[in-house]
Write a protein that binds this ligand. Sequence first.
Ligand SMILES: Nc1ncnc2c1ncn2[C@@H]1O[C@H](COP(=O)(O)OP(=O)(O)O)[C@@H](O)[C@H]1O
Ligand SMILES: [Mg+2]
Length: 236
Amino acid sequence: MIQMYHVEMRYPGETYGLRDVSVSIKRGEFVFLTGPSGAGKTTLLRLLFGAEHPSMGQIVVAGRNVSRLSSASIPELRRQIGVIFQDFKLLSERTVFENVGITLEIAGLPRRELRARTWSMLRRLGLGHRLDHRPRTLSGGEQQRVAIARALVNDPPLLLADEPTGNLDPDLALDIMDIIADAHARGTTVIVATHDPGLLERYPHRRIVLDNGRLVMDRRPDAFPTPAPQVVWPVS
Ligand SMILES: Nc1ncnc2c1ncn2[C@@H]1O[C@H](COP(=O)(O)OP(=O)(O)O)[C@@H](O)[C@H]1O
Ligand SMILES: [Mg+2]
């Protein structure tokens, strides 16, 4: 689904977002992208959906070379990718329903189908009673769920989530992870950027660790230590 070859991202002023990152992610994988603040997690995600172009290297997403994508081909790429931004990026003048429906409107879905899918997605996320609300009248957790509904309503082959549980209390964070896990179970390839140790500990997914723009570790689930077998003492 994703191949990155020697990708470098240099921002103006000689700041490096990424340095010589090569990585491959298969269709259907669930990957945590982790590392300290400033490591390059957001930069990597932005490169994948064509929001930035790398200074060097090649990036292939779903068979497209996004390092050389023309702006005309970007909408086609974005239809394949659901993105949950760190700061939600909800449209403040639109209702909850419109914020989610817009994904399907852009995809050109007929009105009836758009309404049905948007409703069912919002109901599934417990937002059925908030359809006509503006984002600012919702709690942080509700806004987060609207952002997730928008990213997933189109059943995208690829989901990119940037700190999707940041600033949420732990119960809400687990709800969000359940929703993402559900999308994964239905076939979506998932990349979650997070530096939340609680989350990483809880889910045994592949971890790609960045530090200072470099890929410093790539651990697959089978490399995780397995718990020792329980010894049951006979009762005498
Ligand atoms: N638009 C930008 N302009 C200049 N430097 C940037 C920009 N975006 C990110 N950076 C720098 O790139 C590095 C990686 O940032 P980022 O990808 O946001 O890391 P993370 O998401 O892991 O916290 C940091 O040093 C950051 O300051
Ligand atoms: Mg970030």
